[in-house]
Design a protein around this ligand. Structure first.
Ligand SMILES: [Zn+2]
Length: 150
């Protein structure tokens, strides 16, 4: 059991807050309103909240040619399939099937591949709000203002 560094209360959930650039382990009460850097507090278990597992956006969508992207990146790094398989702790046959797009990598493996090969395999679902932010330079060319004499 630790003690709150501010009020001395015995605490099991320590909130590490930053106060004047100093990190202090404090209780939840003292952490309130402070900048919490980290905590070992368990997430509040509210049994009334039912976690919906079938949310549509749970899994990121893979790009169309993910297999090709993986192979290109791998070959760019001059890695053979067995070597990459070993590095990622995956079966070579599994990776081959992924490169051939016969199978989809798991979300976890997708992340590993992205990180390891430094590529993007998922489609970012950008929220289209219909609010265009493109800063197209709509400069009217000078020629439009100078009418040719004729
Ligand atoms: Zn406290």
């Amino acid at each position: 059991m630790e003690e709150c560094e501010l009020c001395g209360k015995k605490i099991s959930d320590v909130y590490v807050v930053e106060i004047d650039g100093v990190e202090l382990g404090v209780c939840a009460g003292c952490a309130r309103g402070k900048k919490v850097i980290r905590t070992n507090a368990k997430k509040p278990e509210d049994k009334s909240i039912i976690v919906r597992r079938n949310t549509p956006k749970e899994e990121a969508e893979l790009i169309e040619n993910f297999g090709e992207a993986i192979r290109n990146a791998r070959e760019g790094m001059e890695l053979s399939l067995p070597v990459l398989a070993e590095m990622l702790n995956e079966k070579e046959s599994h990776l081959r099937h992924i490169e051939q797009q016969k199978t989809m990598p798991s979300a976890e493996l997708t992340k590993k591949l992205e990180k390891f090969l430094n590529i993007k395999l998922t489609v970012e679902s950008k929220e289209e709000t219909g609010f265009s932010t493109k800063s197209k330079a709509d400069r009217a060319s000078l020629g439009e203002f100078i009418k040719p004499k004729g």
